[in-house]
Design a protein around this ligand. Structure first.
Ligand SMILES: NC(=O)c1ccc[n+]([C@@H]2O[C@H](COP(=O)([O-])OP(=O)(O)OC[C@H]3O[C@@H](n4cnc5c(N)ncnc54)[C@H](OP(=O)(O)O)[C@@H]3O)[C@@H](O)[C@H]2O)c1
Length: 335
C-alpha cells in the first residue's frame, strides 16, 4: 500500500482485514515523515517504510492513495518493478490507456489494463453506482448535479481544520485562519470544492465529475452540469442529481431498479422523514439513494438524492474491490 498513513489508506487497511483480502505480505509505504511508525493490522505490528527504489520491489498489487504528484512519480516505477497499481489520485484517470473502473458499473474495463487502474473521484464514484441501473434502463441525456461534500474528502488536515474552527466558534474565541480551505468552513458552505485551474470558471472537482462520468459510462454524449460545494460535514458526500433520461422512466420503476442494483440501498420514505443522510452512510460501503421523484419541470427527468461515505465507496471500498477483481480474474502483472 502506498499512502498507508492517510485517511483513505486507513480505510483500505480496515477493509483488507474485514474482507479477508488474500495477503502473503502487506507492505505499508508512505513518505519519509512516517518511516518507522507502526500500525497494528490483524494482530500484527507493521512498520511503515518510506517509498523508495528498494521498498517498491517484489509487490504484486499496490493500492495507492498518496496524492497526484506522488502517483505521477512512483506509479510507473511500481509497474516497472512488476506491480499492478490501483490508484486513487486524479493523475491517471483521464489517460486513454488507463481504465477508470467502478466495480459495479464497468468491471470489464479492467481486462485491457497495462499495469495501472484508476479509481474515480469520490463524488463521481457514488453517483455512477446510482446512475448505472437508470442508464441501462432508459439511457441518460443530461445530468444536473449539486454536491454537498464532506471535509474528509480533502484529507486529514481538513478534518482538523473544521474541528478547530468549530471549537472556536462554539467557545466564542477567535477562529483560526483557514490553512486548507480558502475561507472558514465551520458553519459555512463554500461554492468551491477543489480549485479553479487557470482560466476555468469550473473547479477541478466539477470537471472531474463531468469527464469521469462520461468515461465510466462509456458515453461521451451525456451532457453534464455540476456545482460542487464543500459543507461542514466530516464524512459522507451528498448529491442532488437531476437525471434526464433518453427514454421515459417512471419514478416507481427507477426505485425498483435501484433497489435491485448491486451496492445500492434505497432509503425513500419522505412522509416518515426517511432519506439518506451522511451521518448514517459514514462507515458503510453502500451508496444510499432516496427522494426519488419526477422533476415537475421536465417529464423526462427524475430528481434523486445520493449519499455515500467518501472514504469507503468513494475511495477505499472500490480500491479493495478492484484488487479483489484483479486477483479473481487473474489480471495481475500486465505491465
Ligand atoms: N479523502 C477522500 O475522500 C478521497 C477520495 C478519493 C480519492 N482521494 C485521493 O486519495 C489521495 C489521498 O487522500 P487522503 O484523504 O488519504 O489524504 P491524506 O489523509 O492527506 O493522506 C495522504 C497520504 O499520502 C502520503 N504521502 C504524502 N506525500 C507523500 C510522499 N511524498 N511520498 C509518499 N507518500 C506520501 C501520506 O504519507 P505521510 O503520512 O507520510 O505524509 C499519507 O499516507 C489523494 O490523492 C486524494 O485526492 C481521497
Amino acid at each position: 500500500m502506498l499512502g498507508a498513513t492517510g485517511l483513505v489508506g486507513g480505510a483500505i487497511l480496515e477493509l483488507l482485514a474485514a474482507r479477508d483480502f488474500p495477503v502473503a505480505e502487506l507492505r505499508l509505504l508512505a513518505s519519509e515523515r512516517s518511516a518507522g511508525k507502526t500500525i497494528e493490522w490483524k494482530g500484527e505490528t507493521l512498520t511503515v517504510q518510506a517509498v523508495g527504489d528498494y521498498s517498491i520491489q517484489g509487490l504484486d498489487v499496490v493500492l495507492s492513495s498518496a496524492g497526484g504528484s506522488v502517483s505521477a512519480e512512483w506509479t510507473p516505477k511500481l509497474v516497472a518493478a512488476g506491480a499492478t497499481v490501483v490508484d486513487n489520485t486524479s493523475y491517471w484517470r483521464m489517460k486513454d490507456d488507463v481504465p477508470l473502473v467502478v466495480s459495479e458499473v464497468n468491471p470489464d474495463a479492467l481486462e485491457g489494463h497495462k499495469g495501472i487502474i484508476a479509481n474515480p473521484n469520490c463524488s463521481t464514484m457514488q453517483m455512477v453506482v446510482a446512475l448505472k441501473p437508470l442508464y441501462d434502463a432508459a439511457g441518460i441525456e443530461r445530468l444536473v448535479i449539486s454536491t454537498y461534500q464532506a471535509v474528509s474528502g480533502t484529507g486529514k488536515g481538513a478534518i482538523d481544520e473544521l474541528r478547530a474552527q468549530a471549537r472556536a466558534v462554539v467557545g466564542g474565541y477567535d477562529v483560526p485562519e483557514p490553512q486548507i480551505y480558502p475561507h472558514q468552513i465551520a458553519f459555512n458552505a463554500l461554492a468551491q470544492a477543489g480549485s479553479f485551474p487557470d482560466g476555468d470558471d469550473h473547479t477541478d472537482e466539477e470537471r472531474k465529475l463531468i469527464n469521469e462520468t462520461r468515461k465510466i459510462l462509456g458515453d461521451p454524449g451525456i451532457r453534464v452540469s455540476a456545482t460542487c460545494v464543500r459543507v461542514p460535514v466530516e464524512t459522507g458526500h451528498s448529491e442532488a442529481v437531476n437525471v434526464e433520461t433518453r427514454e421515459p422512466l417512471e419514478p416507481e420503476r427507477a426505485r425498483e431498479l435501484l433497489a435491485a442494483a448491486p451496492g445500492v440501498t434505497v432509503v425513500d420514505d419522505p412522509a416518515a422523514g426517511r432519506y439518506p443522510m451522511a451521518i448514517d452512510a459514514a462507515g458503510k460501503d453502500d451508496v444510499f439513494v432516496g427522494r426519488i421523484r419526477r422533476d415537475p419541470g421536465n417529464e423526462r427527468a427524475l430528481d434523486i438524492w445520493v449519499v455515500s461515505d467518501n472514504l469507503r465507496k468513494g475511495a477505499a471500498t472500490n480500491t479493495v474491490q478492484l484488487g479483489e477483481l484483479l486477483i479473481e480474474r487473474n489480471l495481475l502483472n500486465r505491465g
